[in-house]
Design a binder for this molecule. Sequence first.
Ligand code: SF4
Length: 104
Amino acid sequence: MKLYRERIIRCPRLGGEVPFSYCEREAGDLPCRQVVRCWNTGFPVEEYLRETLTPEVWDRFCSEVPKDRMTTLLDIVESAKQRQKKQRETVEKRLNIGSDHSRD
Ligand code: SF4
């Protein structure tokens, strides 16, 4: 847990580097509303927050994360990236399987 808190990331809102310890308390007792998006590639941040926040604080955090237009747009872009990645992996697997058969 302590190791996560010491991790550093470039904050898109502040324009400088911040540790995770800042992000998890950016809004007083609540994490920054961007925390999952910012840290998701570094470690399982949602799981971490569920374990460390009280159920009441977690519920409050979830209810305060806005689904504004930009958030929705970025979610769509992220979903599209994930879909493309899966498709690419599927094609690569098929190509590998195909090349294995060609050696027979
Ligand atoms: S979670 Fe918030 S404070 Fe932390 S890097 Fe992202 S935008 Fe900045």
